[in-house]
Design a protein around this ligand. Structure first.
Ligand code: UD1
Length: 354
């Protein structure tokens, strides 16, 4: 059985690594890894391959950045001949980035089976590019691996047959479980005992000058209580410069390698983010998480985890921060199947359904 994995952007790598690993133990399976090149900086891509112990990509399509249409189209144009030449039995796609939806479309047209890891998540907000990618990918996929019950329910509501849906748990947590002990071996490296860890990159938060300025005002307000450590995504770095925002009181860092970020996250007093994956990781780590978005496609992080959706309201952020500082944060509970073994369940299903 020939399996192709398509990855493209930072959050794909920690999802693909455990699946590749789990399939390595299966007799008769050969694997090919294709990197679309959506993320191309060393610290957005290469360092993740090293730390996660992933094989180097067999093919790099080198698509780089562009508008959504251009990036999606470039992946499609460059991927089609590679898949046609290799004729895989199955292509595995991950998450909700442009590379994911582009690969699913190419496979559907070539008649190649697609497996979607992290299927069924819905924010119900179609202004979010990732929501379009989720809906399109799930409609086209032949095997849908969901992380939680809400995923199954969303897919069934959209008319996906029950026999295509496998609730396997969360592969991102597989990588976390494996590498957390290594992350915690590191020293604090000059980081303070208590701090707020911030990440921001959603276009809806960072592309608009008044919106990003308001978020910065909220963060500066927090600095009175806690130092702010902020590894900055390249998109956000550009916007901070474009809008002339003053970040001198915060500790801005370049995007961090996976293990380094995990260590910072596990030790944080709280996390403030607009990322999807970090809502999940913080919940698993039982670190309070305040999400600067109006919705989440990962509601289980709110119902069972440590996540609170604060939207873009500075007073809500302040109110929730005060609760955390007073020791009244959401404590969170175990989330079913987020146990470090999701990829093994995926590998079993892929081989059984070959
Ligand atoms: C993408 C995903 C998003 C994911 C995020 C994680 C889509 C629609 N979005 O958003 O779901 O949460 O990755 O990071 O697929 N850039 C660099 N170096 C890089 C990568 C990007 O400088 O290695 C710059 C690009 O030139 C561009 C900006 O960052 O200006 C955005 O990159 P892009 O891949 O378009 O989207 P992300 O915002 O990273």
């Amino acid at each position: 059985m020939k399996v192709v994995h398509v990855v493209g952007a930072r959050p794909n790598f920690m999802k693909a690594a455990p699946v590749i690993n789990a399939l390595q133990g299966k007799a008769g399976v050969t694997q090919i890894l294709i990197h679309t090149g959506q993320h191309f900086d060393v610290n957005m891509s290469d360092v993740f391959f090293q730390q996660l112990g992933m094989p180097a990509p067999d093919v790099n399509l080198g698509v780089g950045s562009g508008t959504h249409a251009k990036q999606t189209a470039e992946v499609m144009i460059r991927l089609e001949p590679v898949l046609a030449e290799n004729s895989p039995d199955c292509v595995v796609v991950y998450g909700d980035v442009n590379s994911t939806a582009a690969a699913a479309l190419v496979c559907a047209k070539l008649g190649i089976r697609v497996a979607h890891v992290e299927a069924g998540l819905r924010s119900f907000d179609r202004t979010m590019p990732e929501e379009i990618n989720r809906v399109v990918t799930d409609q086209l996929a032949d095997l849908l691996f969901t992380p939680s019950q809400d995923g199954d329910e969303n897919l069934r509501r959209e008319g996906i047959a029950a026999e295509k849906i496998f609730r396997v748990g969360n592969v991102m947590i597989d990588s976390l479980v494996r590498l957390l002990p290594i992350a915690l071996l590191s020293g604090r490296d000059g980081f303070p005992e208590k701090y707020a860890l911030v990440t921001l990159h959603r276009p809806s938060n960072v592309d608009d000058s008044s919106g990003l300025t308001r978020i910065f005002e909220s963060l500066l307000d927090i600095i009175g209580d806690l130092p702010v450590i902020f590894p900055v995504h390249p998109r956000t770095r550009k916007r901070i410069a474009d809008f002339g925002l003053d970040a001198r009181q915060m500790r801005l860092l370049d995007p961090l390698p996976y293990v380094d970020f995990l260590a910072l996250q596990a030790r944080a007093t709280l996390v403030i983010t607009d990322s999807g994956g970090i809502q999940e990781e913080a919940s698993y780590l039982r670190v309070p998480c305040l999400t600067l978005r109006e919705n989440t496609e990962r509601p289980v992080t709110v119902s069972l985890g440590t996540n609170v959706i604060v939207g873009r309201d500075p007073s809500k952020l302040r109110h929730e921060l005060n609760k955390i500082l007073a020791g009244q944060s959401r404590k969170g509970t175990d989330i079913p199947l987020w146990d470090g073994h999701a990829a093994e369940r995926i590998a079993d299903a892929l081989v059984q359904r070959r």
